[in-house]
Design a protein around this ligand. Structure first.
Ligand code: NDP
Length: 449
C-alpha cells in the first residue's frame, strides 16, 4: 500500500502547474491536479492568449485604413462587430482549454475540477470535502487582479471580466499605467472607444526604458488616448442611464460607460489553508520559496505568480519544469532569471531585454547608447506618422550589449530573436559584423550608430 494517494498534488492548472504536473508524470510520478476554473490558467483563459487575439482584431482598424493607400478600395465603410470578435476569441480559448486537458489526460494526471485547499503538509481538501494525501504539494494558484478600495469600486471591472463584455463601451476609463492598462488602451482605442487612462503617478510602464515609454505615450496621445496623471479614485457612482460618474483627485469628474482597473496582480494565497501547513508568506501574501521553488515546509513547493518572482507565463513554465526535474528526476535545477525578454502589446507594441539606459548607467558607470529613430517603410507609404525607436545600450569598456529596447511594428517578434544575442553576451561589434537583411525593420539592429 502506498504511503500517500499521490506523489504530487498540484493546486492550480495554469501555465506553471500544468507544466509541472505533465513533466512530473512523464518522470513516473503519480500526479493529481485541482482547478476550480478552466484548465489553462490566467494566460490561456483571461490573459496573454485572448488579449493577443484582441490586439490582432483591433489592429485591423489601422490595416483597413492603410490598405487604401496601397490601392485597395473598400466598397463600403468597414464596420466592427464586437460580439463576433469576442465569441471567436472565447471559442479559441475553449479549444486551448481542451488541448491542455488532453495533455494532462494523456499523461495520466488525474484532474479534479474543483477548488482544493491545503489541510496539512501532505494533505489537501477538495471542495467536495474529500481529502487526498500527497508526498509533495505544489501550489501554482497564480495571481489575481488587485482592486484598490474606494467607494463604488464594485462598478469597475478587471481583466477577468473584460473579455466577456456584452457591448463595446463607447467611453472607457482605464486605471493603471502598466502592461494591462496600455494594452487595453490600445485595443479599445482601435475598436473605436474613447479611452481615458489614469494613473496614481506620472509615469507609464515604469520598468521600461524612458525613451521607449515616452514614445508610446506620444503615439498613444496622437491616437486620441487621453492620459490623466497623479489621479487616484475618489468614487464611482452609477447614473440613471447606466453610465458611470468617476471622481478622482487632481482632475475633473468624467462620465464613462465602463471602468477597467489594472493596478497590478497579487498572489492568490487567500483562503488556501497555507497556515495549516505552516507555509511562510511574505508581506505581499506571496509564498516564500528557495531557488528550487521549495517553501519553508519540505513537502510544499510553489511556482509562478503565487511566488511573485517574475509575473510572466514563460517564467512560470520554466519554474514548473525545474520543479519536476528537481523533485522527480533527481536533477536539481534552478531557473536563470537573467536577461528575460518582455513585451507590451500596445499599439504599437514595445519590447525589451536587459538593462535600461538608466539602470546601465547606475550599474556600469560608463556606457554607450546607440539609437535608430525611423519610420517603417509601410507606415511611410500609408502616411502614418508614427516613428519606431530602437535603442541599444552597451558597456563602454567591453562593448558588450547589455540592453535592447524597441518600440514599433513587430518589435516583440524581432526582440525575441535579438535576445539570444544579448543573453549570449555578444558585443556591438558582433551585431555590426552581421550583414543587414534588406529591406526589413530588424536590419536597423545591425546598422545602429
Ligand atoms: P503592472 O504592474 O504592469 O502595472 C500596475 C500599474 O498600476 C502601474 O501603473 C502602477 O502605478 C499602478 N498601481 C499599482 N498599485 C496601485 C495601487 N495600489 N493603486 C493605484 N495604482 C496602482 O500591472 P498590470 O495589472 O498591468 O499587470 C499585472 C502583471 O501581469 C504585470 O506585472 C505583468 O507581469 C503581467 N502581464 C504581462 C503582460 C505581458 O507580458 N505582455 C500583459 C499583461 C499582464 P505606478 O507605476 O505609478 O506605481
Amino acid at each position: 500500500m502506498a504511503e500517500f494517494d499521490y506523489d504530487l498534488f498540484v493546486i492550480g492548472a495554469g501555465s506553471g502547474g500544468v507544466r509541472a504536473a505533465r513533466v512530473s508524470a512523464a518522470f513516473g510520478a503519480n500526479v493529481a491536479i485541482a482547478e476550480e476554473h478552466k484548465v489553462g490558467g490566467t494566460c490561456v483563459i483571461r490573459g496573454c492568449v485572448p488579449k493577443k487575439l484582441l490586439v490582432y482584431g483591433a489592429h485591423f482598424a489601422e490595416d483597413l485604413k492603410d490598405a487604401q493607400k496601397f490601392g485597395w478600395q473598400l466598397s463600403e465603410q468597414p464596420s466592427f462587430d464586437w460580439p463576433t470578435l469576442r465569441d471567436n476569441v472565447l471559442k479559441e480559448v475553449d479549444r486551448i482549454n481542451g488541448a491542455y486537458t488532453d495533455t494532462l489526460n494523456s499523461h495520466d494526471v488525474e484532474i479534479y475540477h474543483e477548488r482544493a485547499t491545503i489541510s496539512g503538509p501532505n494533505e489537501v481538501t477538495l471542495a467536495s470535502g474529500e481529502t487526498k494525501s500527497a508526498k509533495y504539494i505544489l501550489v501554482a494558484t497564480g495571481a489575481w487582479p488587485h482592486i484598490p478600495e474606494f467607494p463604488g469600486s464594485k462598478h469597475a471591472i478587471s481583466s477577468n471580466e473584460v473579455f466577456h463584455l456584452d457591448t463595446l463601451p463607447k467611453r472607457v476609463l482605464i486605471a493603471g499605467a502598466g502592461y494591462i492598462a496600455n494594452e487595453f488602451a490600445g485595443i479599445f482605442n482601435k475598436l473605436g472607444s474613447k479611452v481615458t487612462l489614469i494613473n496614481r503617478s506620472d509615469v507609464i510602464l515604469r520598468q521600461y526604458d524612458q525613451s521607449i515609454r515616452d514614445r508610446l505615450l506620444q503615439i498613444s496621445m496622437m491616437k486620441g488616448i487621453e492620459f490623466r496623471f497623479n489621479a487616484q479614485f475618489e468614487n464611482i457612482e452609477r447614473n440613471d442611464d447606466g453610465s458611470l460618474e468617476v471622481r478622482m483627485s487632481n482632475h475633473d469628474p468624467i462620465t464613462v460607460d465602463q471602468v477597467l482597473i489594472a493596478t497590478g496582480r497579487v498572489p492568490k494565497t487567500d483562503g488556501l489553508g497555507l497556515e495549516s501547513a505552516g507555509v511562510e508568506l511574505d508581506d505581499g501574501g506571496a509564498i516564500v520559496v528557495d531557488e528550487y521553488s521549495k517553501s519553508n515546509v519540505d513537502s510544499v513547493y510553489a511556482v509562478g505568480d503565487v511566488t511573485n518572482r517574475v509575473q510572466l507565463t514563460p517564467v512560470a513554465i520554466r519554474e514548473g519544469n525545474a520543479f519536476a526535474e528537481t523533485v522527480f528526476n533527481d536533477t536539481p535545477t534552478t531557473v536563470d532569471y537573467g536577461c528575460i525578454p518582455s513585451a507590451v502589446f500596445s499599439h504599437p507594441p514595445l519590447a525589451a531585454v536587459g538593462l535600461t539606459e538608466g539602470e546601465a548607467r547606475n550599474q556600469l558607470g560608463s556606457i554607450k547608447v546607440y539609437q535608430s529613430d525611423f519610420r517603417a517603410m509601410k507606415d511611410v507609404l500609408a502616411e502614418r506618422n508614427e516613428r519606431a525607436l530602437y535603442k541599444m545600450v552597451t558597456d563602454a569598456d567591453t562593448d558588450r550589449v547589455v540592453g535592447l529596447h524597441m518600440i514599433g511594428p513587430d518589435a516583440p517578434e524581432i526582440l525575441q530573436a535579438a535576445a539570444v544575442a544579448i543573453k549570449a553576451k555578444l558585443t556591438k561589434a558582433d551585431f555590426d559584423n552581421v550583414v543587414a537583411l534588406h529591406p526589413t525593420m530588424a536590419e536597423e539592429l545591425v546598422l545602429l550608430r
